[in-house]
Ligand binder design. Structure first.
Ligand code: TGC
Ligand code: FAD
Length: 392
């Protein structure tokens, strides 16, 4: 792969809106990606393997639960810092950002928000440091966009719960130490359970042959009469709103992360277009290529503004789920379109692993599907503005 010459585009001087802490956190993540991700990521994606050695570095740049309070080992950062970290990591690779998103928003967040004090003390510091890695099991083979229909269930056996069922498409599953599993009790109410790898009857087979997120490890969570101690139930929230609340946090991070992938594609295409000579001049001098590049920077700038404003609203606890859906949907679609256009600017070179663009493009096909598909987020906006629910 070519050396990482990335220069972040900031067409509207958005840096002026960031405070010193934001810039420090962002720059540390940016440097780490340049040093520890860019040189290795292509080969891990080619061999479809998660680079486990990066877990320590992710912990050191604060990528695991950056907003978790210091008393649980977190950095206590604000939501804009969280977004900036996701942006920088996804500039390197969406799969690496996935690992950090799941750990932060889908494992630490529910323990922090719905767990009791002893669960927080037991798990959060180990998740912050990367000693424990987590997975989040919501999706099932027959229930993807409609998680409320899940069939994974647990029965009260007096001194423990008995868990049965299966989850599919679970990021981090093959190597997780714990999984937050959403399952129905005997009354059909959804609860979150903390399932530990060592529990008998729990297995996590890996999903192979993905063309997307190849450097991220994806698998199943299978529960066959798993005895879960009663103290592993998250006591402070139940119902579908509990997992959906975690998704709000993860979708917010993705809205920022997608900007990183788009920035990398744009920056690569701009540099290439200025260097590549055809018909006696750099292809950047042709109007058709300028149109592509000008539209890219316009869309990136709009996405940056959307994410920044959403971050302000999140910091004030005023961001609605529908606003988060709009940003996730818009920014991922923006990044996917930019990846496709950038790939064309590089001509044949664009399909090789010498450049990051094709890997970003393939990754974004997952990002546009997980955490709520492009269609589902449009319907969430449709419901919000009309008051009419297209899901029912
Ligand atoms: P609905 O009846 O509308 O709602 C059920 C209850 O949930 C509440 N609610 C929310 N609460 C918090 N945050 C949200 N975003 C919420 N949206 C809804 C709602 O108020 C209600 O509460 P209550 O108290 O009245 O019961 O539910 P529905 O069954 O009609 O479904 C709605 C729909 C389709 C929007 C939702 O189910 C959905 O978002 N589907 C998409 C599924 C999805 O996003 N799955 C993601 C799986 S995790 C993943 O992909 C991780 S990838 C990680 C990575 O690698 O980065
Ligand atoms: P389906 O729900 O079957 O949808 C298929 C198509 O139908 C889509 O185009 C969808 O938009 C459309 N559709 C569905 N319902 C409607 C409707 N009402 N109106 C119009 N169109 C509709 N899940 C987890 O729980 N944890 C994870 O860690 C996780 N990681 C993932 C990692 C990867 C790489 C991938 C690919 C997925 C991951 N997922 C995870 C699962 C992901 O959230 C689901 O794939 C996603 O929610 C869509 O579900 P589905 O694939 O079953 O598609």
């Amino acid at each position: 792969m070519k050396p990482d010459l990335f220069e972040a585009p900031d067409y509207y001087n958005l840096d002026d809106l960031l405070n010193e802490e934001h810039k420090l956190v962002r720059d540390a993540a940016r440097e780490w990606v340049k040093r520890d991700i860019s040189p290795i990521i292509e080969s891990y994606a080619q061999k479809a393997e998660f680079p486990k050695q990066i877990i320590q570095g992710l912990a050191e740049i604060g990528a695991f639960g950056p907003y978790i309070p210091e008393k649980y080992g977190g950095a206590g950062l604000d939501q804009i810092s969280y977004g900036l970290i996701m942006q920088e990591i996804e500039r390197g690779d969406s799969g690496v950002r996935s690992t950090a998103s799941v750990q932060s928003s889908l494992v630490m967040y529910p323990i922090w928000k719905y767990g009791n004090e002893s669960q927080k003390q037991k798990y959060l510091p180990k998740l912050v440091s990367g000693e424990f890695m987590g997975a989040f099991g919501l999706t099932e083979p027959d229930h993807g966009s409609n998680p409320g229909g899940m069939t994974t269930n647990f029965k009260d056996m007096g001194d423990h719960y008995l868990l049965n069922g299966a989850k599919l498409w679970i990021s981090n599953a093959p190597f997780c130490n714990i999984a937050i599993v959403w399952a129905k009790n005997e009354e059909g109410r959804i609860h979150g359970l903390i399932v530990e790898r060592e529990m008998d009857g729990f297995s996590t087979p890996e999903t192979h042959n993905k063309w997307s997120l190849r450097a991220s490890s994806t698998g199943e969570l299978i529960f066959q009469d798993v005895k879960v101690p009663k103290e592993n139930l998250l006591p402070n929230k139940s119902g579908l709103g509990a997992p959906l609340g975690c998704l709000d946090s993860a979708r917010y991070g993705i809205a920022w992360g997608a900007i990183g992938a788009a920035m990398d594609c744009y920056d690569t295409a701009l540099r290439y277009a200025k260097e590549r000579v055809q018909f006696g001049k750099p292809i950047a001098g042709f109007q058709l290529q300028q149109k592509k590049l000008a539209e890219m920077i316009t869309e990136i700038t709009k996405a940056q503004l959307l994410a920044f404003r959403l971050g302000q609203l999140k910091n004030e606890n005023r961001a609605t789920s529908a606003q988060i859906s709009m940003a996730k949907r818009n920014n991922v679609e923006m990044a996917l379109k930019i990846a496709r256009e950038a790939r064309q600017i590089l001509g044949g070179m664009g399909i090789t692993g010498e450049y990051s663009i094709m890997r970003h493009m393939m990754n974004l096909e997952s990002v546009v599907t997980y955490e709520g598909t492009h269609d589902i987020h449009l319907l969430i906006t449709g419901f919000d503005i009309t008051g009419l629910n297209a899901f029912k």
